[in-house]
Write a protein that binds this ligand. Sequence first.
Ligand code: PXG
Length: 459
Amino acid sequence: MTYQNYSLKQLQQIDAAHHLHPFTDHKDLREAGARVITHANGPFIYDSEGTELLDGMAGLWCVNIGYGRDELAEAAYAQMKELPYYNSFFKCSTPTPVLLSKKLAEIAPRNVNQVFYGSSGSEANDTALRLVRHYWVLEGKPEKNRVISRKMAYHGSTIAGTSLGGMDAMHKQLNGAVPNIVHVMMPYAYELALPGESDHDFGLRAAKSVEDAILEAGADKVAAFIGEPVMGAGGVKIPPASYWPEVQRICRKYDVLLMLDEVITGYGRTGEWFAAQTFGIEADTITTAKALTSGYQPLSALLVGDRIASTLVEKGGEFNHGYTYSGHPVACAVALKNLEIIEREGLVDRVRNDTGPYFARALQERIAGHDLVGEVRSIGLMGAIEIVRDKATKERFLPSGSAAVAVRDHAIANGMMLRATGDTMILSPPLIWTRDTIDMACERIGKALDLAQADLRKR
Ligand code: PXG
């Protein structure tokens, strides 16, 4: 690779001069210089200086089968030689999206049998929003066009994704969202449950906020509810068991479509192929991306339930929507190989029966007791650690988010890549992690917590 002719300083200077990064303060970045990741293998990533880091984030919630898989590179190479690109517009198709769609219909919940492709989670959510609104137009109810989402939801960064999402900082910069999207409370018991309120009751109350929003707008005006089964970027917020069944009951009662965003939870993360299966949810659309290819190629798949798909077919007429790269043959070839590897290695079952429960126990037994930790929680291989100043009162350190950044910085210095979001550390490792890898991670995180605590005491 030609980058080897450049020093880290040179790469950082060129990066600062020419490369605008996502979700980045470019003034800060210029001062600090980017960390340049150059290669990776299995569960480890390496920077330009040769530092090895255990990747606790699977890239960005996506590299589920780990790094360095020759089989995926070979699948891409073979497909590029045979047919690098052809479109799937104008009654054309290519073989790999056809076969991938069949595979996805096999592993998806029973009521889901159709797939619409894009290149990112944001695009797939754009498709989902267009599709549910189009559905109600086809059903003769064009006024049923509002969507209910949740505060702190993350549904991507395009205008539709940002509008569906519930991140205040993003909405402020949007300065004018897609209309008719409202945001209700999130099912986050740690901060929002009332004193003495059980998890069960809190889950029902959070679900009730969905019903309240439907009633306020009028059921004949509400197209759909959208939610991440477990809120990811918002801080791995795992809803109480009572939440999803109640949300589903409410959606059915008022004939409101249920849209799941499984961009993070899809393809094994919660110990089933999809979190819809973990929580027993029957959804009308399921947005997926990321681990569909383990991040080796950009690809998203909007899984479309029978109710919407059959209306599209029965009513006919063109759905005026699609992307140049919808069903990209190379990305789909890579996805097929990725799903084959997940199956062959039994990674979903391993998360459900072995590493998921082991991860939960390890966080509980080795991290939860630390003075800085208010709560740990996990589902499958997806976890959160709440950083607090006072365990009993849940008081946070000020300024907000600073303690979690201190933990993260010490973690990275100790060979562990994990992320801070607000005052929460989040973990989403590759599904190839074993019990030994989990032990290694807990040891490094424990050390980072100790070192951060020493710093915070000095402040
Ligand atoms: N939905 C969900 C639930 C996501 O997590 C998207 C949609 C958008 O996908 P694309 O492929 O358009 O990025 C995501 C993406 C973070 C972080 O900081 C998370 C995401 C993206 C960027 C940063 O945790 N998730």
